[in-house]
Ligand binder design. Structure first.
Ligand SMILES: Cc1ncc(COP(=O)(O)O)c(C=O)c1O
Length: 386
């Protein structure tokens, strides 16, 4: 049994998440407070001890480790030719936007969605076409009429899609993926499917790889994957891009090489290959995270019925409806941080439809979960009585 309760000290190591005051509890950016598998640690130490850190190649064994993982965990056989290394999902997406769309074209997002997608579009001089998900009875669905309208706009050339979806934690169904694939194919809109959260799902529930669904999905997509969320190795900067269609693949290849994001540092390959041998670790991690989610849900239902946790089957991110308290998520999060030290993310960072929501990262020790719940309750009481 892995001891995920073990406290880790993340102060004084330049952690983005933990660069906070000592009384603060950060539960915002998506990295975990757990130690990576011991196998990853040992492989890295061995590599460090080798003592030379020059330029690196991408060995075939890196592709094998990814192919084996997808085959075993996600029941999907990828081919070696499809895969390219890159230094991260965000750098890949930005590069793909630059190479496969033109300035002033429109890129569709199903919102609320991972905030950095907006930057990848906007910073490259393309338009964001926000297509809000339908929200009814605390559940989200794709509004396919609205999506079709967005895709049929002659200026639209790309959809950036999140599967499973950050921040709402939804695993998209086979039918939904198929329909997206068909619509995008029909309107010649290229799909970029970000599948970085695919391994952290409710125990015994798996996501569906976009490229496994249909010919349309396979031939008209670029899929970004990475073990960095799963094994808490985001700082090692490593991801893979899978492209089945050789013409699109060549363009992506040219893009990531022009942008100089196609070469690994001295630790990326070592860590990824070691991590993808640790299936048992992910199984235990999922149990731990979903127990955190259960505890959170139960507490909110009992102690804070005015806020509502959206049911989710993926990611370690909770998406919480706080509209009964306020629509101003920013003001609420600032107040909460100032008054209680609990640092979470306002929902409007993920698009206009995220107003009135907050995102909470629960990939942390159980002790912190209980601490966060107490802080949240105190913060809400103070906020309501201010
Ligand atoms: C959906 C999604 N994509 C990409 C990233 C970041 O990927 P990378 O660190 O590989 O750039 C995150 C991190 O939170 C994410 O949630």
């Amino acid at each position: 049994m892995i001891n995920f309760d073990e406290k880790t000290n993340r102060f004084n190591v330049n952690s983005l998440k933990w660069d906070v005051n000592s009384n603060e509890l950060p539960m915002w950016v998506a990295d975990m407070d757990f130690r990576s598998p011991v196998e990853v640690e040992e492989a890295l130490i061995k590599r460090v001890n080798q003592g030379c850190y020059g330029y690196n190649i991408i060995p075939d064994s890196w592709k094998d480790s990814i192919i084996n993982w997808w085959n075993k965990r996600h029941n999907f056989k990828m081919e070696k030719d499809w895969l390219m290394f890159s230094t991260g999902v965000v750098p890949s997406i930005s590069s793909i936007v630059r190479k496969l769309t033109s300035p002033a074209e429109k890129v569709v997002l199903l919102t609320p969605v991972y905030n950095i997608f907006f930057n990848s579009i906007y910073n490259n001089g393309r338009y964001i076409y926000e297509c809000p998900l339908k929200y009814e009875n605390y559940e989200y669905q794709i509004d396919f009429d609205m999506l079709e309208e967005a895709l049929s706009d002659p200026q639209t050339s790309m959809l950036i899609f999140c599967n499973p979806h950050n921040p709402i934690g939804k695993i998209w169904s086979f039918e939904e993926l198929k329909k997206i694939g068909e619509l995008c194919y029909k309107y010649n809109v290229l799909v970029v499917s970000d599948e970085i959260h695919c391994d952290i799902t409710r125990p015994n529930l798996e996501y569906i790889p976009f490229q496994s669904v249909s010919k349309e999905c396979r031939e008209n997509s670029i899929v970004c994957i990475s073990p960095t969320k799963t094994f808490n190795i985001a700082g090692l900067q490593s991801s893979a891009i899978s492209v089945v269609n050789p013409l699109i693949r060549h363009k992506v290849y040219r893009g990531i090489n022009t942008d100089e994001i196609a070469e690994p540092n001295s630790f990326a390959i070592t860590a990824v290959e070691a991590a993808y041998k640790c299936e048992y670790w992910v199984d235990e991690l999922r149990e731990y995270i979903y127990e955190n989610r259960r505890i959170f849900k139960e507490y909110l239902e009992k102690e804070l019925p005015m806020i509502h946790l959206i049911e989710g089957d993926a990611t370690y991110l909770l998406w919480v409806d706080i509209k009964n308290i306020t629509n101003d998520s920013k003001e609420f999060c600032n107040f909460l941080r100032k008054e209680t030290g609990l640092y979470i993310t306002p929902g409007d960072e993920y698009g206009k439809s995220g107003r009135g929501f907050v995102r909470i990262n629960i990939a942390t020790q159980r002790e912190n979960i209980y601490d966060a719940l107490t802080r949240l309750k105190n913060g809400i009481n103070k906020f309501l009585n201010k």
